[in-house]
Design a binder for this molecule. Sequence first.
Ligand SMILES: [Zn+2]
Length: 102
Amino acid sequence: MALIKCSECGKSISDKAKACPKCGAPINKEFNTYALAGFILSLISMIINIVSFVALYMSAKGFDQIKITNEKGKGLAITGFIISAIYGITFIYKLLVYNNLI
Ligand SMILES: [Zn+2]
């Protein structure tokens, strides 16, 4: 059993609880929006490399939020971060080659 923080009142509660015992807020077990968006954008960045910078930001933000809210999508955030990092580097590399800098 792990303790997570209630997104409403900040009380430490069990991650198995369905709702916060203090304020009654439902425990969010949905996918984190940023992690999900970051992952999808990282896939798009395979084709449109420049999108990877947005994907990188979204994934990092999603991962940060999941650490606090314990939402689903940690794996997605990490995968999205790695994919977008690769294609971000690809984008910079292509840019340098295109401009005859390397
Ligand atoms: Zn609460």
